[in-house]
Design a binder for this molecule. Structure first.
Ligand SMILES: [Cu+2]
Length: 152
């Protein structure tokens, strides 16, 4: 004979897990939601071994990193303070992963697929820089596949 207490405990656990599942599902959709009117769109393309940034005025920049001086040349991800930036990320050759650790931005750059993500640029002082680092091992010079988000 089934104890009433066992049934009560089982139902309590089922109710708790159902609540966690419902809350998590809503949260996942909220995190992935894209803004209806972002301030800026940037196409981000991962190459072996540099990032290409294309802006809405159809100009593209290849960002090359120099490890000896910790600087980039040729371009960067430029954004204004407080901007809501939508990035459309893809890969040109192999799988890369676009990561801005300080902002919690991380999204895979996969050839043949466009992944979309939006994030809020901090209200930082103009000239502030945030490291961009590939976080998917993509070959010999993966470690130098860096750039910067520069507040302009
Ligand atoms: Cu990489």
């Amino acid at each position: 004979m089934v104890n009433r207490l066992e049934i009560a405990w089982t139902l309590a656990v089922v109710a708790l897990l159902a609540g966690v599942a419902a809350y998590s599902t809503v949260l996942l959709y909220q995190i992935d939601a894209l803004p209806s009117d972002p301030t800026e769109y940037v196409e981000v393309i991962g190459h072996q071994w540099y990032w290409e940034f294309c802006y809405s005025n159809d100009t593209c920049f290849n960002s090359s990193y120099d490890a000896s001086t910790n600087t980039v040349s040729g371009g960067a991800l430029w954004a204004t303070p407080g901007a809501e930036v939508q990035i459309n990320v893809t890969g040109a050759d192999v799988i890369h992963s676009f990561n801005i650790p300080q902002l919690g931005v991380r999204i895979d750059a996969i050839p043949g697929r466009v992944n979309r993500f939006a994030f809020q640029v901090p209200e930082a002082a103009i000239g502030s820089e945030y490291l961009i680092q590939c976080t998917e091992f993509c070959g010999e010079f993966h470690g130098t596949m860096r750039s910067f988000l520069v507040i302009t």
